[in-house]
Design a protein around this ligand. Structure first.
Ligand code: AMP
Ligand code: MG
Length: 392
């Protein structure tokens, strides 16, 4: 047997090279033909087994689509991910990270940290997982730095409304609203660093990490991929994206993220090209209701204690490395609006973000018209603002 045949058999048994699998036209002596037939049968058998199929599938792109946190997600690990491991396996492994975040932080999870906390009365302590602790501490930091615009305790007010895209039958009664407002305010969330315990100062409060947990889950998935040597991948948790590197190809291309039009959620208003970045959008095209001719979105203005009705209709935040920060920023800027949002960015630029943060606001405000405002934080903490009127 020549050296070359040896190599071929090895590759035939372990790696189905299409040129070899389709058979060689060379003349072969009968003994060797028999051997070749046996090897071919073994290879076909191998491919028909679960292991073989898994191996074969593992060489293509790896992609998983799933439901989590009341939304849909997708993890895409391309064939040229940069890691020697199978893209399919890598995508599964990243999904396990997302599931872990969901199991800990979903308020509906059977034994989630947040459910246990939300069922606790005033003065009861609930020990939480270090991951939950990290997200809650970040949420409290955003609450403090945003002057209360970001508030993960708005749940009791949010529950008085239904954001099912329909017309709200009746505005909640003032007494009902006042009672709910009394059960909000992140300063009433108590925490004890030792033991990572959380508790409430007032009965009936609820923690809602919906504005930050999707971004955090995207970060967890992306960081797990990076630990396995992945340099190119895309993680999308309900529109909160974290992309690594570029989309492999010839030539490689930037990943593309679409911003949906706040006027019509089925239309893409703008496409962004991103590499190594996080992108998060808060918009009023999916979860909203209408009342007396106005559209109200699922973001609560904690200062008013009511859903947002005016202000930017869609806010997209880009951050170079943290989807949690992009997610928190998109929600915060939605509450603040263009002017206060710009002031917030100027104040917090260096404290909260590294360079390269961008915010794109598309709004259709009665009186102000249909406009696009982009804010860009530079390395020195300066903020550049560009405003454009959009064509009707
Ligand atoms: P996002 O789509 O990331 O802007 O998150 C919106 C979700 O965050 C809502 O569905 C609420 O669960 C929660 N939320 C609403 N208003 C606020 C707020 N002012 N601060 C923090 N979380 C909020
Ligand atoms: Mg958010």
């Amino acid at each position: 047997m020549t050296r070359r045949d040896d190599d071929r058999q090895t590759s035939f048994a372990n790696a189905p090279d299409p040129e070899i699998a389709s058979g060689s036209p060379r003349q072969t002596p009968p003994g060797r033909r028999m051997l070749a037939l046996c090897l071919m049968a073994m290879a076909v058998g191998y491919l028909l087994t679960g292991w073989g199929r898994q191996w074969f599938a593992g060489r293509g792109d790896g992609e998983v689509e799933f439901e989590t946190m009341n939304t849909y997600g997708r993890i895409f690990v391309p064939r040229g991910s940069g890691s020697a491991e199978s893209p399919a396996r890598l995508a599964e492994l990243a999904l396990a990270e997302v599931r872990r975040v969901n199991d800990l932080m979903s308020p509906a999870g059977p034994d989630s940290d947040i459910r246990r906390l939300n069922e606790a009365g005033a003065g009861e302590w609930v020990a939480v997982d270090p991951l939950t602790w990290t997200v809650v501490m970040e949420a409290l930091r955003w609450h403090r730095l945003s002057g209360g615009a970001f508030d993960p305790t708005i749940g009791p007010v949010k529950r008085l409304f239904r954001f099912d895209q329909g017309e709200l039958a009746a505005w909640p009664e003032e007494g009902e609203l006042a009672a709910a407002r009394a059960k909000t305010g992140a300063e009433k969330l108590l925490f004890e660093r030792e033991g990572m315990r959380l508790g409430w100062a007032v009965d009936g409060m609820r923690l809602d990490l919906g504005a930050i947990a999707k971004g955090f889950a995207a970060d967890c998935a992306a960081e797990a991929l990076k630990r396995h040597g992945v340099t190119n991948a895309l993680v999308d948790i309900g529109g909160e994206l974290r992309v690594l590197g570029m989309k492999p190809g010839d030539p490689p291309a930037a990943w593309r993220a679409g911003i949906r039009s706040p006027r019509d959620g089925n239309e893409i208003a703008e496409r962004l090209e991103v590499t190594d970045a996080a992108v998060a959008t808060s918009g009023n095209y999916e979860r909203f209701f209408t009342f007396a001719g106005k559209k109200y979105e699922h973001i609560i203005d904690p200062r008013a204690g009511a859903p947002l009705s005016e202000g930017p209709s869609s806010v997209t935040a880009l951050h170079p490395e943290s989807c949690l920060a992009a997610d928190a920023l998109a929600t915060t800027m939605s509450v603040l609006g263009v002017e206060a949002g710009e002031a917030f960015l100027r104040e917090q630029a260096l404290g909260l973000f590294s360079r390269g943060v961008r915010v794109i606001m598309l709004e259709d405000k009665p009186g102000a018209g249909w406009r696009r405002v982009e804010m860009h934080v530079d390395a020195e903490g300066g903020v550049r603002v560009e405003e454009t009127a959009l064509p009707e």
